[in-house]
Design a protein around this ligand. Structure first.
Ligand code: ATP
Length: 554
């Protein structure tokens, strides 16, 4: 054991009904290093980290920090021991200032009113209620908030945050830095970051990496969960790979290739290239004209977009998050009202119709926020797998649905899409699946019904390399089968690899159109940030005529 070792987890065992999430895992982390934790969806990464943060207790095994054995019964115990964790879902109170949130940390009422959390016991409707939030705000009265000290801490690490600002005024990258500040304020020596870049734009991710390097220069150790191998190359010193709950190896990043890591994770070779065969375009499945919509704060988010998608066509939408992508996806899927314009699916005007009409018209939707819109967390995998189709007669007539058929259908989806962690489709709850497996389940539900139009918002976010490969191939197969696809992704490589046409969205408008073959990446980058100049405005969003072959270029 190195004298620099700060953390040792030895023989950690954690079982859930039907699943061994951690199977005698060893992990050691050295002082001042960034230690990557890699593994497929469901490999046991989050479970191991929740044990280290006192959220779960292990069934067996020991944890030592600086040689001292820890007995962690709550996150507070972990924090007291010097361990902090930043979750994927932030736990901040929007109406309080940065400094107030930092001081509250994860104590009450911060935990009681946290803004978003996968495992929150408060229903979202209650958590997001303005009265509840303002009540939470009042708890801050009387708090002793050493603003200057917190500002100095933020400045010390180059966080570029005004700590007197309210959380709701900050962008996602800044909110994440507040979460890190909460831990630093409590003097942690070891910081766990659970897929920290999943919610960040590439530029924000770069900034985060700079901050992390400053932290490790000061002697802090960081455990960094990620699915992105490029990030491992960029900032990680050593990496541990988990597969099916076991540690399959720890390596110096400089001594392994990306392909080695992918193979360690998945247990087979992963192809990083995909073949996109030529496909004949058919009739338009979607024709949207002059569509306007507002965001959740009632501010205009789409200012009159035209979009046509044909059978067999993937239209990739590139843009920096927050430029109307979410609203665009939701409007086209029928779950957000338009304030102007029209939407025709298969030639039929269904503007303003209920979501069910969109579903019945052959529209499928993979939402960005899986927990809020994608699934019913507390219902079984079977309920979630069949919730869009149980009315269509295949499963019998309501209320006498054929339970056996529903179950068989759900099991087929789980098998075909390799959804792991399901011991019984009628028992396992959707909310108990790992993030990536939940994503696969939602994709399975949306794709298996063979939609005419598929709206996929960030379909591969948070999923492992093997699953990314699978999802991309599935989208291409669906395109071949004649589905028209709107692909919204912050991953430009994904847009390039899959799309027939690329549209750049900026401030609620399409400002640039190109194809992967003709695309100029620099120009796309400029357009995404509004720097494309006036000539970027001329966008003809109608695709080539039916029968035109596209897509053999990659
Ligand atoms: N609270 C729970 N109840 C039941 N099973 C669970 C629970 N939490 C995790 N599991 C199961 O334990 C296994 C490991 O899940 P975990 O979330 O640790 O994986 P992960 O590696 O973090 O995955 P991802 O990359 O998808 O986030 C999965 O099979 C998951 O379904």
């Amino acid at each position: 054991m190195s004298e620099h070792t700060t953390l040792r987890m030895e023989g950690i065992l954690k079982e859930f009904p039907g699943v061994v999430a951690n199977d005698h895992v060893n992990l050691s982390v050295e002082r001042g290093e960034i230690h990557g934790l890699l593994g497929e969806n469901g490999a046991g990464k989050s479970t191991l980290m929740k044990i280290l943060y006192g959220l779960y207790s292990q069934d067996d095994g020991d944890i030592y920090l600086d040689g001292e054995r820890l007995d962690l019964e709550s996150p507070q115990d972990a924090i007291d021991a010097g361990i902090g964790m930043v979750h994927q879902h932030f736990m901040l109170i929007p109406r309080l200032t940065v400094a107030e949130n930092v001081v509250l940390g994860e104590r009450e009422p911060a935990t009681a009113f946290r803004s978003d959390s996968a495992d929150s016991w408060l229903p979202a409707a209650v958590r997001n209620n303005s009265l509840v939030q303002s009540l939470a705000g009042q708890f801050s009265l009387g708090l002793d908030v050493p603003e200057q000290r917190i500002q100095a801490l933020a400045d010390q690490y180059g966080f570029d945050i005004d700590v007197s600002a309210k959380i709701w005024e900050l962008d996602v990258g800044q909110q994440q830095r507040v979460e890190i500040l909460k831990a630093l304020y409590r003097d942690v020596d070891l910081l766990i970051l659970d897929e920290p870049t999943a919610v960040l734009t590439p530029t924000e991710a770069e900034r985060l990496f700079d901050s992390l390097e400053r932290l490790t220069d000061e002697g802090l150790s960081i455990i960094f969960i990620t699915h992105k191998l490029t990030e491992v190359d960029a900032i990680v010193d050593r990496v541990t790979v988990l597969r099916e709950g076991k540690n399959v190896g720890t390596a110096e990043v400089s001594s392994v290739t990306r392909a080695d890591l992918a193979e360690m994770m998945v247990g087979r070779e992963v192809l990083f290239e995909i073949d996109r065969d030529a496909v004949d375009l058919g009739d338009p499945v979607l024709r949207a004209r002059g569509v306007k919509a507002t965001d959740n704060r009632n501010i205009e988010a789409l200012s009159g977009v035209d979009l046509t998608v044909r059978q067999g066509e993937i239209v990739g939408i590139a843009g920096v998050s927050g430029n109307g992508q979410k609203e665009l996806a939701e409007v086209m899927a029928g779950i957000r009202d338009v304030t102007a314009g029209e939407i025709l699916v298969n030639g039929e005007d269904i503007t303003g119709a209920k979501p069910k009409t969109f579903v019945d018209s052959g529209v499928s939707f993979v939402p960005e926020d899986r927990l809020q819109y994608g699934c019913a967390e507390d219902l079984s995998v079977m309920h979630n797998a069949t919730m869009k189709d149980f009315r269509d007669g295949r499963f019998g007539d309501r209320p006498f649905l054929d339970y056996g058929k529903l179950r068989d259908y759900a099991e087929t989806l789980v098998d075909e899409f390799d959804v792991r962690g399901v011991s019984d489709v009628t028992e396992t709850k959707a909310g108990d699946l790992s993030g990536g497996n939940l994503q696969k389940l939602i994709l399975a539900r949306e794709i298996y019904r063979d939609p005419d139009l598929l709206v996929a918002n960030q379909p591969t976010r948070g999923v492992d390399v093997g699953a990314i490969e699978f999802i991309r191939e599935t989208l291409l197969e669906q395109r071949k089968a004649g589905t028209g696809i709107i692909l919204l992704s912050e991953d430009l490589d994904e847009i390039f690899d899959l799309s027939d046409r690329i549209l750049v969205v900026y401030e609620g408008e399409f400002v640039y159109e190109t194809t992967p073959a003709e695309a100029d990446r620099e120009r796309i980058g400029l357009e995404m940030t509004g720097g494309g100049g006036d000539d970027g405005g001329e966008v003809d969003t109608s695709p080539p005529s039916p029968g035109v072959t596209q897509g053999s270029e990659s």
